[in-house]
Design a protein around this ligand. Structure first.
Ligand code: GFP
Length: 831
């Protein structure tokens, strides 16, 4: 470690740093010192937020101890590192997770209790960084957790959005978006690194000249520049290393124009600052169609440009040559959002570091790996050539050159004109655009999907031409989840019960859960298992009552559908089911219906008409059902607003049934499905995404399967799908669909849900009607199993016992071995 200060260095020894064994007394003292001297508060005026901040700073010190030790070790070993580039992260609250990772949760709870402070209240106080939309961002955070735990030298790069994903409230049952102000009270987990800052340029023009030696020299004269400054959040692994999440904030290079100010133009004096800061102001909601969002492209380039400059800085700092970059770094592109990195690295190497094109391309193509997360055509990013060329003129030239060489390669292999047009990075149909998935594929040494089914479909459909051309480039890494956060932290009751039976090793080795199988037949264990579930349900019911006013009986079946609202995820299929039960009860045909609480949660993209209407549909059904005395003790429906990591940590542990009912072939993987099952919920699902593998692991007898599979969906669509015919043949379905426009849901208003009704009867692109009957019948079976608590408990235990595969530790292990070829570096902790 180059402190160049021998005295400091002498403190920086293995013995003095890195080891954590804080006693209750030490935590108490450290906490009080932070409160007094860290934030300057006296107890008589200190608020809960002050206590939270003081505790966060106390814990952060310990996290940094581990982090600096890891850094030192990585630097000493000159180890190969990973840069994970992701436009989104959803870390969730840090405090609870860090306490677990430091193994000081109980000591902290006791220390605070002695000061009459409740740890739970402080955990509740934390505002989580909502720097992502959904699955993709949460996956990135799970991966950082596992990279730290496994000891993979890595940095997670991203954007420090000032305003993250909106907060969702309900107004008359409709989603209303409220600005998220996660930084309002400051953020004790991050440190700003003003010395780590890079310039990022936009617009302007390029000039092609010659160097003295006659080689080509391109100069890019931009028309605007901003500065990206690093904000670091240390991410700790469980009882192990620390890594960093480095997020870039955009700032003006000169934040104040004195000449303008002196001339009395006050607005212009700060205008640049405002314009520059705009770049990282707000997270884009993943709308239906992203194209044409100039600011979004600016954000992508901005964070990629800073990250690559930083990677090059770190590489050169170790005294290495740039042409060895790929030997020392792998850069993982989390979807195509960071794929402008391919031309940007070429630009940096060729234009800024005078490397020959061929050599630079070799380095580039051996450095990047690309993860695809979606097959939905509307979600595959494309940027218009016009826009990209205007914003990043040099990159557009480089993309053309990459494409020219790539298409030549195809021609040499005798590809036809049609194939070439299909594979080209530039889409020539309609307005010319850049296909970012093609750019990422051509510029990477590996491409992976996120579940076995998804990877197969990626190879056989979306990127099939590329998979034929470079078969060994394609692979699958099934997603996983941070089981420490989603089981140990969020479901302490279950975690404790598990550890009591099989020890604590599952915390770093999830397949150890297998050891629980033998307790499935143990009466006492089963009772305790269900008791934990009941306690979690009581907790969630309390929370729901506070948030929504709806009272749930915890003995009901908690049937839960939480995730982003999207037609392909089919929240409205669940609604059709609820309506069918409601109508049966009203018609006196309710035998066989177990009392059920239907719990929904999830945000809709603000511009997504149908998704927002589906939320309204859910809340209207909730109004109707919850206020109907005739069905009150049989059915309850709630929409829990503002689903987030924090909410998720409450919901998964309390769920009995997990709804994973997307149309087969649409959900790339899903990760909520894993978190539910890990907490003992049984799954009703289609053969979509990772459901396929979950079912395989837990056993088909412990999974409720329904609906068409991917091939059947495709055949059905190809042969002409007529939803109306299904409606016509199924009386109950007719009644349910007609009910949508009967006016009974919305005080006589027959039009409000007509778009949903018409869409289902006319197109039904996600085959709700096709899968309806199979879903209803499977639900009947579920209600029957629910009436046999012994059977249910056994299935629940076996589900958890067999979830070993779905830890993100396993996924990261696979990335490390198969893609990154990186060796873990375990830092010795002195205890
Ligand atoms: C996307 C896919 C999911 C997948 C995650 C993580 O999620 O199926 O599990 O990425 O790979 F759709 P969203 O970001 O769209 O929620």
């Amino acid at each position: 470690m180059k402190t160049q200060n021998k005295k400091i260095e002498s403190y920086f020894s293995h013995e003095s740093l890195g080891g954590i064994e804080l006693s209750k007394e030490e935590i108490k003292t450290a906490f009080l010192e932070k409160l007094f001297y860290g934030i300057g508060r006296i107890p008589s005026v200190a608020t809960t937020n002050d206590f939270y901040t003081a505790l966060a700073l106390t814990v952060r010190d310990q996290v940094f101890k581990r982090y600096v030790r890891s850094l030192e070790e990585y630097a000493e070993l000159d180890s190969r590192g990973i840069a994970y580039l992701s436009a989104e992260y959803l870390p969730g609250p840090h405090l609870g997770n860090n306490l677990l990772n430091l193994e000081i949760t109980e000591e902290t709870r006791e220390a605070l209790a002695e000061l009459d402070i409740d740890l739970e209240a402080l955990l509740e106080q934390e505002v989580e960084p909502g720097l992502g939309n959904g699955g993709l961002g949460r996956l990135a955070s799970c991966y950082l957790d596992s990279m730290a735990t496994l000891g993979i030298p890595s940095i997670g790069y991203g954007i420090r959005y000032e305003f993250g994903i909106f907060n969702q409230t309900l107004k008359e049952g409709w989603q209303a978006e409220v600005t998220d102000k996660w930084l309002h009270y400051g953020n004790p987990w991050e440190v700003v690194r003003p010395e780590i800052a890079f310039e990022v340029r936009f617009g302007g023009r390029t000039e092609h000249g010659k160097n003295e030696d006659g080689t080509l020299k391109v100069t890019w004269t931009p028309d605007s520049e901003v500065k990206g400054t690093a904000y670091d959040t240390p991410i700790l692994g469980y009882n192990s290393n620390g890594i960093v999440m480095r997020l870039w904030k955009a700032e003006a290079i000169d934040s104040f124009d004195f000449s303008a100010y002196n001339m009395g133009d006050y607005y212009r004096a700060v205008e640049k600052k405002m314009r520059s800061e705009n770049i990282t102001k707000v997270l884009y909601p993943n709308d239906e169609n992203l194209s044409g969002k100039e600011l979004r492209l600016k954000q992508q380039y901005f964070f990629v440009c800073c990250s690559l400059q930083d990677i090059i800085r770190l590489h050169l700092m170790q005294g290495r040559k740039l042409n060895t970059l790929s030997e020392k770094f792998s850069i993982q592109l989390n979807d195509t959002h960071p794929s402008i990195a391919v031309p940007e690295l070429m630009r940096l190497l060729v234009d800024e570091h005078d490397m020959e094109w061929e050599e630079a391309w070799h380095v580039t193509r051996h450095t990047f790996a690309y993860t695809n997360h979606t097959l939905l055509p509307e979600a595959l990013e494309k940027w218009s050539v016009h826009l990209l060329g205007r914003l990043l003129p040099r990159h557009m030239e480089i993309i053309y050159e990459i494409n020219r060489r790539f298409l030549n390669e195809l021609r040499e292999k005798h590809y036809t004109g049609e194939q070439i047009a299909r594979m080209s990075i530039i889409d020539e149909r309609g307005e010319q655009s850049v296909r970012m998935a093609h750019l990422a594929t051509v510029g990477s040494f590996k491409v992976n999907g996120v579940s076995r089914l998804h990877s197969r479909l990626l190879k056989s459909q979306v990127l099939n031409d590329f998979a034929d051309l470079w078969p060994s480039q394609f692979t699958n890494i099934t997603n996983g989840v941070a089981h420490r956060r989603f089981l140990a932290v969020s479901n302490p009751g279950l975690a404790e019960l598990i550890s009591e039976k099989i020890g604590k090793q599952w915390l770093t080795d999830l397949p150890q859960l297998k050891g629980l199988e033998k307790y499935a037949d143990d009466v006492d264990f089963r009772e305790r298992w269900m008791q934990v579930k009941l306690q979690n349900k009581i907790g969630l019911a309390r929370h729901i009552k506070e948030r929504t006013g709806v009272e749930l009986d915890p003995s009901m079946l908690f049937d839960v559908h939480v995730k982003r609202i999207h037609e392909y995820k089919r929240q409205h299929l669940k609604v059709l089911h609820i309506l069918s039960l409601y109508l049966r009860l009203k018609n006196g045909k309710g035998e066989g219906i177990s009392p059920t609480a239907f719990i929904f949660g999830g945000k809709a993209a603000p511009g997504y008409f149908m998704a927002k209407r589906i939320i309204k549909l859910i809340t209207s059904v909730a109004e109707l059902v919850n206020n109907d005395k005739e069905v009150q003790d049989r059915l309850k429906v709630v929409f829990l607003p503002n689903f987030s990591v924090k909410q998720a940590q409450r919901v998964y542990p309390a769920a009995d049934l997990s709804e994973q009912i997307s149309m087969a072939g649409k959900e790339a993987s899903g990760t909520g499905n894993m978190k539910f099952a890990l907490n003992g919920a049984l799954t009703i699902g289609t053969l979509d995404g990772a459901n396929v593998e979950i079912r395989e692991e837990v056993g088909e007898e412990n999974f409720f399967l329904f609906g068409l599979n991917t091939e059947e969906v495709q055949t059905k669509k190809a042969s002409g799908y007529h939803p109306y015919r299904i409606y016509d043949r199924n009386e109950e379905l007719q009644e349910v669909i007609d009910f949508l426009i009967s006016g009974e849901l919305e005080n006589g208003n027959t039009e409000i849900f007509r778009p949903v009704h018409d869409n289902l009867l006319q197109q039904d692109p996600y085959l709700l009607l096709e899968d309806y009957q199979s879903y209803i019948e499977k639900m009947e079976e579920i209600h029957e199993v629910w009436r046999s608590p012994v059977k249910w408990a056994k299935m629940s235990i076996l589900n958890v016992a067999r979830m070993g595969k779905f830890s993100s530790d396993r996924s990261i292990h696979e990335y490390a071995e198969e893609i990154w070829k990186v060796e873990p570096v375990k830092v010795q902790l002195s205890k």
